[in-house]
Design a binder for this molecule. Structure first.
Ligand code: FAD
Ligand code: SIN
Length: 477
């Protein structure tokens, strides 16, 4: 195992990474009166979590418009073949999904009631049979509101210390137990912290030339919604952690193509709420081609089969996302942000391709209940346009599929303990939560379930690490 550099004795639990999973774990630790040191590579906290734009799933909650007992079933269905009888990890996956979905209402209430985050608006995203993705009614996107609330609550607690510009370079395992981490700060200083460790370092969808190229070479060159950043699972495999589902990578069907830099490798996400609130997808000739409320995996596959790529390497496609005024109003203030960035433009139907009028009229008829949708779409968000004319106002943006999320990562059990690759048993003193873990989502993650896994498993990890700290460290004084 890794040789430790000279150690400073610290009476704390170490949380690596300051995204939502890390902040949820830290919140639970300080709630148990346990001191926390959080180490973060970047200058600013929040990770990819702060970019989250559609919201967090929870069911059943008081914010939903009706009853909902289908979340577990929808998640199992979305996970696909990973949950088959033949899969050796089926029971583990089912127990993780059960914890995720059964704790989801509590996770939303923890944020809304204890942390005072507005989560009163609920949308129905792809692959969900009910509206259950919660966000606020105000101007801030949900990632920013949630991260802001947790950070300010933590920063007012004297037991919490955040060290930015500090990258954890190794985890220290001695015999069967994790003892701490080695880290390097921006000024080049290296040091060691001792204590139980909670790893919340996120996924590798931004590691285009590293882990993504290793596990999914077929996705090399795809644009991504994630900032470029190296994957962090090797930190954990170096101390014996088991990996699960590393080749399961989510391609989101709609990243905005910024017409001022169309081939940029990092794209703004065209949030799924745009489709959930009624938006549709059109080919360049104005024809519709898919049920826009299917899972991300399904829609992306249809795009790759029916649409023509704009480049010879088939890494980018030319599609329009179109919202009417009702859908745009329901999305709320993020429409202003997208139009300000010129990612969405206010146009009229005549500016779309030749088939657009009839495509939109057919969709409007289905949305108003006159006919069945030819692509099987059953919910239409807040689409209100009824009689489509060439002058009907629409919001239009160019979109293409983008690498968005990595379903694979280190294997954990339902207590968020990291499993050893040799024994499949928990590694003492080590927890992980959030996108760095694998196995919860199987083949396809449902929109809104990543923020949820961060809160649910982050808090479980924090609770487990707090108990461990009290039993094994506190008495050492
Ligand atoms: P992150 O938030 O990525 O945080 C990990 C942190 O660890 C980072 O700050 C990183 O710098 C740090 N780190 C990494 N390695 C080290 C190291 N060695 N030492 C110290 N620090 C380290 N999901 C939803 O459920 N709903 C949404 O609406 C939604 N919208 C999204 C929109 C966008 C544009 C993107 C990119 C993702 C979205 N997701 C959404 C996905 C979701 O935001 C992420 O999967 C989730 O927030 C990951 O959280 P995390 O805490 O695991 O990791
Ligand atoms: C989105 O807004 O489409 C992203 C939601 C998610 O990744 O869960």
């Amino acid at each position: 195992m890794t040789a430790p550099v000279p150690a400073i004795r610290e009476q704390c639990v170490i949380v690596v990474g300051s995204g939502l999973a890390g902040l949820a774990a830290a919140s639970q630790l300080v709630a148990n009166n346990v001191p926390v040191r959080m180490l973060e590579t970047l200058a600013k906290p929040g990770g990819n979590s702060i970019k989250a734009s559609s919201g967090i799933n929870g069911a059943p909650t008081r914010f939903q418009p009706g009853p909902d007992n289908r979340f577990y079933d929808d998640t199992i269905q979305s996970a696909g073949a990973a949950i088959s009888q033949e899969d050796p990890d089926r029971l583990l996956r089912e127990s993780l999904i059960s914890v995720l979905t059964k704790s989801s209402a509590d996770a939303v209430y923890w944020l809304a009631d204890e942390k005072k985050v507005d989560l009163s608006k609920v949308a129905q995203l792809g692959g969900h049979s009910r509206p259950r993705t919660h966000r606020g009614a105000g101007a801030n996107p949900p990632g920013r509101s949630i991260i802001g609330a947790l950070l300010s609550s933590l920063e007012s607690n004297s037991r919490f210390h955040l060290h930015t510009n500090c990258k954890v370079t190794n985890i220290i395992r001695e015999a069967d137990e994790i003892k701490g981490v080695g880290y390097r700060c921006e000024d080049g200083k290296t040091d060691t912290l001792l204590g139980p460790v909670v790893v919340t370092t996120g996924g590798f969808a931004g590691d285009a030339n590293g882990m993504l190229a290793k596990y999914r070479p077929d996705l090399a060159g795809f644009p991504s919604t994630n900032e470029p950043r190296e994957g962090s699972q090797p930190l954990l495999t170096a101390v014996g952690a088991r990996l699960l589902d590393m080749d399961r990578v989510q391609v989101h069907p709609t990243g905005f193509v910024d017409t001022s830099s169309p081939s940029s490798p990092v794209k703004f996400l065209a949030a799924e709420a745009l489709r959930g609130e009624g938006g549709i997808l059109l080919l360049p000739n104005g024809s519709r081609f898919v049920n826009e409320t299917g899972t991300r995996e399904y829609i992306t596959n249809v795009i790759r089969n029916v649409a023509s790529p704009t480049d010879t390497t088939s890494r980018q496609w030319d599609l329009d996302i179109v919202l009417d005024e009702g859908s745009a109003a329901a999305v709320g203030s993020s429409i202003d942000f997208y139009t300000w960035k010129d990612l969405l433009r206010k146009e009229t139907v005549k500016d779309l391709g030749p088939e657009a009028i009839s495509s939109l009229q057919t969709y409007s008829d289905a949305a108003s209940g006159k006919t069945k949708d030819p692509f099987g779409r059953q919910h239409f968000g807040h689409w209100t346009l009824k009689d489509v004319t060439p002058d009907s106002v629409v919001y239009v943006g160019k979109v293409t599929p983008v690498v968005h999320f990595t379903m694979g990562g280190v294997a954990i059990n339902e207590r968020s303990e990291v499993l050893d690759k040799e024994t499949n048993q928990p590694i003492r003193g080590l927890w992980a939560a959030g996108e760095v873990t694998g196995g919860i989502h199987g083949d396809n993650r449902l929109g809104g379930s990543s923020l949820l896994e961060c809160v649910v498993f982050g808090r479980i990890a924090g609770e487990g690490a707090a108990e461990f700290y009290k039993e094994n460290y506190e008495s050492e004084g």
